[in-house]
Design a protein around this ligand. Structure first.
Ligand code: 2RA
Length: 352
C-alpha cells in the first residue's frame, strides 16, 4: 500500500505551491492525500491530482492513518502540532523554524544530506529557511569536491518571503510611486507612500521597498544581527556538516516578488578554478548554469521565478583571495526554498 500523505497549511501561500508541485509530479508515490488547515479554512475544496478534496480542520484525529505529514504553518503551530502528528505515527517534514536547530531533528536538503532523513528520533525532519536553501545545492556540490572553509554572503530577498502581506505591500507601494517622479530626494518615497495612505507603520518592512532596498530581513536579534543572517550561518553549518564553518551574511530585502538571490564568496581548502566549478555544477541535475557575462547571460529573479532548479552564474575566481570563488545564485523561494524541498523529502521517505 502506498503511504498516505497529509499537507498541513494547505490553503497558505506555500501550501498552494505544494499542491501545484504534487499535481505536476510525473510519478506520485503516495496513496491518499489529506489537506489540513485552520478551522477558518476547513471545508474549502481543492483539487489534488484530479481529485477534489475537502480541507479538514487541524485536530489530533486529522493525523489518523497518515504516514507522512508536510507542515507549512507558523512556528508556534508547528511547535505544538508536529509532535502530535509524530505521536500519532506520522513522519513530519516541517517547514517552520520551530525545530531546525534541534540536535535530534535533521535539517535536510536532498542534494546535500538526504541520508539524514533516517536519523529522526522525534519523528520530525526540518526544512531549512528559504534564504539558506537557495544556495545549498550549489554549495553542497562545491563542498564535496573542494571542502568549504569560509562563506561570505549577501542576500537579495523577495517580498514573498514575508508572506502575502509582503507581496501586497510591494504592489501597493509601486502603484503609489509610479509616474510621481520620486526617488530623487531623500525622503520623497516615504512622502509619496504617506500621501497614498500607505504609512510605514502598516508595512511588514521597516522602510519603503518601492525604488529601494532594505538591509533588514527577519527580526532583530541584537549585536547588529537580523534573524535571517543568523539562520544562514547556523543552518549552513548544520546542513553541510561543518560545525566550524566561518560564515558572515548580510540579508537585504529587495523589490522582487518571488525568488531570492545571493552573492556568494566561498573559500575552499583546495584550489578551485572556474572550469572545475562549472564541471561540478553541470554534473548536478538541480542546477542550471547561466553564465556568459560577455553576452549578458546570468540569472535574475524575474527570469527564473517559477522554476525548480537553482540558477548559478557570474562565476569568478576571486582576484585577491586564494581558493575562493565568487558567484551569483537565484532560487524560487516558494518552490525549492520551501514547498519543493519539503515535498522532495516527503517523496524520498515514501520511496524508501
Ligand atoms: C524571508 N526567509 O525571506 C524568509 C522567509 N522564511 O523573509
Amino acid at each position: 500500500q502506498q503511504p498516505r500523505l497529509a499537507l498541513v497549511g494547505a490553503t497558505g501561500a506555500v501550501g498552494s505551491v505544494m499542491i501545484d508541485i504534487m499535481n505536476g509530479r510525473p510519478d506520485f508515490p503516495f496513496g491518499d492525500v489529506r489537506l489540513i488547515a485552520s478551522q477558518r479554512s476547513a471545508g474549502r475544496k481543492l483539487t489534488v491530482r484530479g481529485e477534489e478534496k475537502t480541507v479538514v480542520a487541524l485536530s489530533p484525529e486529522a493525523f489518523d492513518g497518515v504516514d507522512i505529514a508536510m507542515f507549512d504553518v507558523p512556528d508556534e503551530i508547528s511547535a505544538e502540532w508536529a509532535p502530535i502528528a509524530a505521536a500519532r505515527g506520522a513522519v513530519v517534514v516541517d517547514n517552520s523554524g520551530a525545530f531546525r536547530m534541534d540536535d535530534d531533528v535533521p535539517l535536510v536538503v536532498p542534494e546535500c544530506n538526504l541520508d539524514k532523513i533516517h536519523e529522526r528520533p522525534r519523528g520530525i525532519i526540518a526544512n531549512p529557511n528559504c534564504t539558506t536553501l537557495s544556495m545549498m545545492a550549489a554549495l553542497g556540490a562545491l563542498h564535496r569536491s573542494f571542502e568549504l572553509k569560509e562563506l561570505v554572503v549577501a542576500s537579495y530577498q523577495a517580498v514573498s518571503g514575508a508572506g502575502v502581506a509582503g507581496v501586497e505591500r510591494l504592489y501597493a507601494e509601486l502603484a503609489a510611486v509610479v509616474g510621481k517622479g520620486v526617488g530623487l530626494r531623500a525622503g520623497d518615497v516615504r512622502e509619496a507612500l504617506e500621501a497614498a495612505g500607505l504609512p510605514l507603520a502598516d508595512s511588514p518592512f521597516p522602510a519603503p521597498l518601492a525604488l529601494n532596498v532594505v538591509p533588514s530581513a527577519g527580526s532583530y536579534k541584537g549585536d547588529g544581527w537580523y534573524s535571517e543572517e543568523l539562520k544562514v550561518r547556523n543552518e549552513s553549518r548544520k546542513i553541510l556538516g561543518i560545525p566550524e564553518l566561518k560564515v558572515s551574511a548580510t540579508c537585504v530585502r529587495v523589490p522582487v516578488v518571488t525568488t531570492h538571490s545571493l552573492a556568494v564568496h566561498a573559500t575552499f581548502a583546495s584550489e578551485v578554478t572556474v572550469a572545475a566549478a562549472r564541471e561540478v555544477f553541470e554534473a548536478q541535475p538541480s542546477i542550471v548554469l547561466q553564465d556568459d557575462p560577455e553576452n549578458g547571460v546570468f540569472p535574475t529573479p524575474a527570469d527564473v521565478v517559477g522554476g525548480d532548479p537553482t540558477y548559478v552564474g557570474r562565476i569568478r575566481q576571486a582576484l585577491d583571495f586564494p581558493n575562493t570563488l565568487d558567484f551569483f545564485v537565484c532560487g524560487d523561494n516558494l518552490r525549492k526554498g520551501a514547498a519543493l524541498n519539503t515535498y522532495e523529502i516527503a517523496e524520498a521517505l515514501a520511496q524508501r
